[in-house]
Write a protein that binds this ligand. Structure first.
Ligand SMILES: Nc1ncnc2c1ncn2[C@@H]1O[C@H](COP(=O)(O)OP(=O)(O)O)[C@@H](O)[C@H]1O
Ligand SMILES: [Mg+2]
Length: 259
């Protein structure tokens, strides 16, 4: 089975604080993987190690390896900027550039990558990305309006359009629905089922029902106490994990007895 992402013996630190301990797991291409677990167990940290966003924090470092389509993103001579183009990210709070137009928001990343972009090329990137993000029909008549003119749910889909405009291989999403209402959440969940035809998606969610609805595989992380590192407890197909988890800690978490 081909692997899109292979995480091996990964440890993440903030200065002397060991935040994530010894995680190894492999993720198949064109699948959705959910990271779940109690607050502070290192889900966001692990996610950020996958596109080298972790090391942007002063004092933060990583040991171990992360292969994306076979390339070690921590290999010597690998440019983190190129890694972040291959591994895009969507955050918890929609963060479009508020005064920039909807169209320019979609193109923001592409313009950093390719300086020359004809009007025709730009228009086709904008339409393709907004269609993939399920936003095209809602905004096609107001592409020059500012990003901030959209609702929260639309802004989050705009951020998804911006992330996929640069054609990444992997899309990381850190609790992308936690600031959204239920209708907007549903729109994003429906969108994700389509995104996985093209992208390998890794999503952090604190919403267990969401993980169960949208993901193919689930990784459950926990912490054994304050200032202890987060660790991977169990990783497997989502349906099996939610119906018959192998570990008591997973069963307790899923049943709401912890976290
Ligand atoms: N920028 C940071 N500097 C220092 N410690 C951090 C930083 N970000 C997160 N941490 C710590 O790392 C641990 C894991 O955090 P995080 O990855 O955000 O967990 P989760 O996403 O599972 O809630 C927590 O103890 C948190 O306080
Ligand atoms: Mg988090």
């Amino acid at each position: 089975m081909p692997k899109a992402i292979e995480i091996a013996s990964l440890n993440a630190y903030y200065g002397s604080f060991h935040a994530v301990a010894d995680v190894s797991l492999t993720i198949a291409p064109r699948s959705i993987t959910a990271f779940i677990g109690p607050s502070g167990c290192g889900k966001s940290t692990l996610l950020r190690t996958l596109n080298r966003m972790h090391e942007v924090i002063p004092g933060a470092r990583v040991t171990g390896s992360v292969l994306v389509e076979g390339q070690d993103v921590y290999g010597s001579g690998v440019d983190p900027v190129l890694v972040r183009q291959r591994v895009g990210m969507v955050f918890q709070r929609p963060n479009p550039f508020p005064t920039m137009s909807i169209k320019d928001n979609v193109l923001a990343g592409v313009r950093l990558q390719r300086r020359r972009l004809s009007k025709g090329e730009a228009n086709s990137v904008v339409e393709r990305s907004l269609r993939s993000a399920g936003l095209w029909t809602e905004v096609r008549d107001r592409l020059d309006k500012p990003g901030a003119s959209l609702s929260g749910g639309q802004q989050q889909r705009l951020c998804i359009a911006r992330a996929i405009a640069i054609e990444p291989e992997v899309l990381l999403m850190d609790e992308p629905c936690s600031a959204l209402d239920p209708i907007s959440t549903l729109a994003i969940e429906e969108l994700m089922a389509g995104l996985k035809a093209t992208y390998t998606v890794v999503i952090v969610t604190h919403n267990m029902a969401q993980a169960a609805r949208i993901s193919d595989k689930t990784a459950f992380f926990t912490i054994d106490g304050a200032r202890k590192p987060g660790r991977l407890v169990e990783y497997g197909p989502t349906a099996a994990m939610f119906s018959e988890p192998n570990q008591q800690a997973t069963a307790d978490y899923i049943a709401g007895r912890f976290g």
